[in-house]
Design a protein around this ligand. Structure first.
Ligand code: GRF
Length: 199
């Protein structure tokens, strides 16, 4: 599946820095991922992910969430699904997107929405997973790319990478090392999912 030009079309949703979006883009640019990011959407108008997209010449837009701080209303999800479809998106990558994606997006992109989470799921779902790991005294954490289902961080796992927790790790130092792994893992997971759609 690639709309005829050999490149799988990706849409990325993020709320923050967008370093994972950048890692996917870098993999595309160095030729290790045969894909194209066709649309970047953010619920946060100040998110750096929008600036990164603009710098790379990728269409980038703000999602209207109707003034809700954390909810992702059905109407907004329907509008987002429509925009992604209109752009020809085949795989949706959530990259630091802070709202829960549900129906109707899941209906429009069944098994086509991926998320990256900073822990070895099912351990430490939810917010600040790296801090949860440090607070819990875990000896190991990591990151997971998984399909999105109706739960929070519960969908089938695609790939994981392990990161040891080292003595004197703080939430921040652990998060930084997890992010390094994320930047390799996400492009690899997209490659895997794209290959599964082609076969
Ligand atoms: C990552 O740590 C990711 O696992 C989590 O949010 C963070 C996003 O970082 N879901 P970035 O915006 O990609 O830099």
């Amino acid at each position: 599946m690639s709309n005829g030009d050999g490149k799988i079309k990706l849409g990325v949703l993020g709320s923050g820095s967008g370093s994972n979006m950048q890692a996917i883009l870098d993999a595309i640019q160095d030729g290790s991922l045969d894909a194209e990011i066709v649309l970047v959407l953010s619920d946060n108008p100040d998110a750096y992910i929008l600036e990164r997209a603009q710098k790379a010449g990728i269409p980038a837009e703000v999602i209207d969430c109707g003034g809700y701080k954390t909810r992702f209303p059905d109407e907004s999800q329907a509008a987002v699904a429509e925009k992604l479809k209109a752009a020809g998106v085949e795989i949706v990558c959530l990259a630091g997107f802070m709202r829960l994606v549900k129906q109707p997006m899941l209906d429009v992109f069944p098994n086509r929405i991926l998320n990256i989470h900073p822990s070895l799921l099912p351990a430490y779902p939810g917010l600040m997973a790296w801090k949860q790991a440090v607070d819990d005294g875990a000896r190991e954490s990591g990151c997971t790319v998984h399909y999105v289902d109706a739960g929070m961080d519960t969908g089938p796992i695609i790939l994981q990478a392990r990161v040891p927790v080292i003595p004197n790790d703080t939430a921040d130092t652990l998060h930084a090392r997890i992010q390094e792994q994320e930047h390799t893992l996400y492009p690899e997971a997209v490659r895997k999912v794209a290959a599964s759609l082609e076969s």
